[in-house]
Design a protein around this ligand. Structure first.
Ligand code: SAM
Length: 234
């Protein structure tokens, strides 16, 4: 989240990074919110960045119109099922008139660009189990509903984009190939970390079954022949 100097609408991502804020927007103040205190590393911090430990499922502790820009990214795994409408309304309330909100979530629905992924593949099983487990408390449909919820909350000029997110370097498009290469380690890590609690605690999978499924899914994710991707939204 950011407050302070108005941010040009054409370059919202500049506010999501730390270094450009200090060099290009010296008067901007950035407030990050996370429910976990463990992300704060004083050695990596900058003087205009403040990290609040807070729960996004609770009302936001800012006065109306406080922010020029809100960047909500990869929090769908933590937002309660019934919280989304309230979350959108709260963000709108905290934005100044004419402010900007950017939301990015990953649709963890593994797909193959050449149709080679079937229900028998571990990645498809991983996706199905993740959605099944998470839907008890969260909304795995959120990445595809965000634009609708934003309009419903009162946002205007809402634009939505679904981007393929390759899991490894398989694309013939150089940019997508490079993204896949960069994403490969993220995918390896998240296939384990995102699923451990939902699969073992919520679905009752044994730890051995869990490790076998994750190992198979990881092997498929780095196989360029399968052309696997998830989708990034908006
Ligand atoms: C995938 S990480 C994304 C971190 C960061 N937003 C980013 O885009 O780099 C998800 C983060 O959401 C945080 N989180 C989960 N549930 C939350 C909640 N109810 N309120 C605030 N933060 C939450 C987790 O602690 C975790 O750091």
């Amino acid at each position: 989240m950011s407050a302070g100097t108005p941010i040009p609408r054409s370059s919202p991502t500049k506010c999501a990074k730390r270094s450009p804020i200090t060099t290009e927007r010296i008067n901007a103040t950035v407030i990050g919110i996370d429910v976990s205190p463990h992300h704060y590393n004083p050695e990596e911090s900058v003087e205009n960045l403040y990290l609040n430990v807070d729960n996004l499922n609770m009302p936001l502790q800012f006065h109306s119109g406080h922010f020029d820009l809100v960047n909500s990214r990869l929090v769908a795994g933590g937002i309660d099922r019934n919280r989304w409408h309230g979350y959108m309304r709260e963000i709108l309330r905290c934005l100044r008139g004419g402010g900007w909100c950017q939301m990015v979530e990953i649709d963890f629905n593994a797909q193959s660009d050449n149709g080679t992924i079937t229900d028998g593949h571990a990645l498809r099983q991983w996706s199905d189990k993740y959605r099944q487990a998470m839907s008890q408390f969260k909304n795995p449909e959120a990445p595809r509903r965000i634009a609708h919820w934003m309009r419903h909350a009162g946002f205007t000029d809402v634009e939505e984009r679904m981007l393929p997110l390759p899991m490894c370097g398989w694309s013939e498009n150089q940019r997508e190939f490079d993204i896949g290469v960069a994403n490969q380690e993220n995918i390896r890590l998240l296939l384990g970390s995102l699923a451990l609690y939902p699969f073992t605690e919520l679905l009752g999978m044994s730890i051995t079954e869990f490790h076998v499924l994750v190992a198979q899914a990881r092997a498929e994710a780095i196989n360029p022949a399968l052309k696997v991707r998830s989708r990034d939204s908006p």
